[in-house]
Design a protein around this ligand. Structure first.
Ligand code: 1CP
Length: 347
């Protein structure tokens, strides 16, 4: 494949500057689209949906069909890895995920790594189906949760907590936590490698709960596990570009980007473009960071912010995105307006 045949989003991850910039939105598949809700109503439950390649492929393609996004994010969930590793995972309507918890003495090696990676084979089938239907000008993004973010659910048992149980583990059960992170790294690396083999063009590591950690702990729980996971994925022969997303890294971002060999970095809503320009090397593509709440509000402030993000990163590889996932209540017209501004080159 020559550089001109390479899809735009992938070119940016390889260091090219593109205008208009490529765009996709985190959590674009599922959540706000009426066609998704219709498809979701036909599934027995959410896990079943994720493990049904025909339905998951359809959900992956929906936002690309509707908005002509440059990237398709695989329809799956970061918690499938825990399910494959033998922890019970359910998704309850109106509550969110419920996960069987691990204990400090128990660990997570309930099934061999190969078995866990094999259990995720319906996801690889989804990737293959999507890749065969997706235009070659579009990038298919595979993903997994980064180790700390996934470990949190295994320790806390659910989302929406203050995360104190897991954060106390970092001090009181350091060895057990490090082992848990290592187990997750090994399974996640095989999971990502299989996604790449099945046709994922790029991979993203969601560290959605990297926020609020003291800088010393941040290095141990976020920076090192992300770096280790990427190194392991490379060791398994994967060449696809990788985007890291340490959401809420704050002042730890400069150290993170120095140590984690990602091709792109996801930016959250709180970090300022000025800080990013100083912290992130020019060789690393930036992706982010429109506030999903401003996308709900819309209007002049949203339009101004879109333009200011575009102009802040005009001199470097940039993929337009949100600072966190799109919300279910987001008006489709606001997404369309943002795309119009981006595709008009910021006008
Ligand atoms: O009933 C339903 O329809 C379930 C809602 C839902 C959906 C559509 C969940 C439950 N997960 C997903 C899909 C999903 N999750 C995707 C597929 C692609 C897409 O939506 O575009 C992706 C990339 C994820 C990733 C994910 N899951 C993250 C990381 C990204 C982020 O938003 O921070 C996290 C933290 C999860 C956990 C999760 N899964 C589902 C929910 C409600 C949650 C969050 C729970 C919490 O608040 O802790």
């Amino acid at each position: 494949m020559t550089i001109t045949d390479t899809p735009k989003l992938l070119r940016v991850l390889c260091g090219e500057i593109e205008t208009p910039v490529p765009v996709w939105m985190m959590r674009q598949a599922g959540r706000h689209l009426p066609e998704y809700l219709e498809l979701r109503a036909r599934a027995k439950n959410f896990l079943d949906f994720c493990y049904s390649p025909a339905m998951a492929a359809e959900a992956t393609l929906q936002p690309v069909d509707r908005y002509d996004m440059d990237g398709a994010i695989l329809f799956a969930d970061i918690l499938l890895v825990l399910d494959a590793m033998g922890l019970g995972v359910t998704f309850e309507k109106g509550v969110g995920p419920i996960v069987e918890t691990v204990t400090a003495g128990g660990g997570l090696r309930r099934v061999p790594v190969e078995t866990a990676a094999q259990r995720l084979s319906p996801v690889y089938e989804t990737v293959g189906r999507v890749r065969s239907k997706l235009s070659s000008s579009k990038t298919l993004i595979g993903f997994c949760g980064a180790p700390w973010t996934v470990a949190l659910y295994a320790i806390e048992g659910r989302g929406g907590t203050d995360k104190s149980t897991a954060r106390i583990w970092a001090y009181q059960h350091a060895e057990a936590l490090d082992q848990l992170l290592d187990d997750l790294i090994e399974v996640s690396a095989h999971y990502l490698a299989s996604q790449a083999q099945a046709g994922a063009d790029a991979l993203m590591l969601f560290d959605s709960w990297a926020e609020g950690l003291p800088d010393t702990v941040f290095d141990r729980l976020i920076t090192r596990p992300n770096a280790k996971l990427i190194a392991r994925v490379r060791e398994l022969g994967v060449t696809a570009p990788i985007i890291a997303f340490p959401r809420g890294a704050g002042t730890s971002l400069p150290a993170f980007v120095q140590s984690v060999p990602a091709n792109g970095i996801g930016l959250d809503t709180a970090i300022s473009p000025d800080f990013v320009q100083r912290a992130v090397p020019r060789t690393m593509a930036v992706q982010g960071h429109l506030d999903p709440l401003l996308l709900i509000a819309g209007g002049q402030e949203m339009e101004d912010r879109v333009r200011s993000i575009l102009s802040a990163y005009a001199d470097r590889p940039h993929i337009f995105n949100l600072g966190h996932g799109i919300r279910p209540e987001t008006p489709i017209a606001h997404v369309e307006r943002v795309l119009e501004i981006i595709r008009g080159g910021g006008k």
